[in-house]
Design a protein around this ligand. Structure first.
Ligand SMILES: Nc1ncnc2c1ncn2[C@@H]1O[C@H](COP(=O)(O)OP(=O)(O)OP(=O)(O)O)[C@@H](O)[C@H]1O
Ligand SMILES: [Mg+2]
Length: 258
């Protein structure tokens, strides 16, 4: 891991009127590091994630990102065009609902190829070849390349979403409940695949999940949230094996249903 962070989040807060979404959150994320944000429903996980990647405008605080040229930029001071460029190239998004991350009425190959075109590749044959390569990496057979995601199972759609995002070689991937809507057996396979890709590509990721097993499998570090606040943070194995905050102890002992 590099000695400079990729992302710096400082005192980030988001209020919905007088209701706390998340409050005073600070952390740094290093290249290649996977951070899990866990906590029960309504604890502020999605609010925090969306406030980081500028989907939501925070009430206060600051988020800066280290660009490929090494300079730190305040995400909220970037132009809309610069932010969109980051989203299309350097960042990936795996949504819980694949329909939020895919174009459901264009082919699987085009879903992957589109991201490549967005970074300037115009060579049809090469785009198609790369798309097929990526479909294979997420275990989608070549003969499905012209099918629309509508014709795919939930697990396949999720794998297609992953291929679409990773094809541009992002450095940071945001995931919100990536295995949320899937059967347990499909979840296990997808997690395995995700873990392999994240490791192979050295990706940094922020994974929101209410499932501690997902955090255990994917993340190096975790942050436990409750009522919009971070109650505990630390290396994943430490937090899960030796939770210190009483709330984390409850979570881990499964007394709380999250
Ligand atoms: N658009 C909104 N308007 C008002 N309040 C909101 C809005 N979105 C979220 N909240 C509130 O902010 C708090 C945090 O919600 P958030 O969706 O971030 O939780 P979460 O941890 O992602 O929950 P889940 O696990 O159910 O997805 C909750 O009290 C929620 O009711
Ligand atoms: Mg959520």
């Amino acid at each position: 891991m590099s000695d400079e962070p990729l992302l710096r989040v400082s005192s980030l807060s988001k209020f919905y009127g007088s209701r706390v979404g998340c409050e005073d959150i600070s952390f740094e994320l290093y290249p290649g590091e996977v951070l899990a944000i866990v906590g029960e429903s309504g604890s502020g996980k999605t609010t925090l994630l969306n406030s980081i990647w500028t989907r939501l405008t925070p009430t206060s605080g600051c988020v800066s990102y280290r660009m490929r040229d090494g300079t730190f930029r305040d995400l909220y001071r970037m132009s809309e065009a610069e932010r969109r460029f980051l989203m299309r190239t350097d960042w990936g998004f795996v949504h819980q609902n694949p329909a939020d991350g895919l174009r459901m009425t264009v082919s699987a190959g085009a879903n992957v190829g589109e991201r490549l075109m967005a970074v300037g590749d115009r060579h049809y044959g090469r785009i198609r070849e790369t798309a097929i390569d990526w479909l294979a990496r997420v275990e989608i057979a070549e003969d499905r390349v012209d099918d629309e995601p509508r014709a795919f199972s939930g697990g396949m759609r999720q794998r297609l979403q992953i291929a679409r995002n990773l094809v541009t070689g992002p450095r940071l991937v945001f995931m919100d409940e990536p295995t949320g809507g899937l059967d347990v057996s499909v979840q296990a396979r997808l997690l395995d695949l995700l873990r392999g890709l994240v490791n192979d590509l050295g990706l940094a990721a922020i994974v929101v999940t209410h499932d501690l097993a997902v955090a255990r499998l994917l993340s190096h570090r975790m942050m436990v949230m409750k009522d919009g606040h971070v109650v505990e943070t630390g290396l994943t194995d430490r937090v899960l094996d030796d939770p210190r905050a009483p709330y984390t102890q409850l979570l881990v002992s499964s007394i709380l249903q999250v």
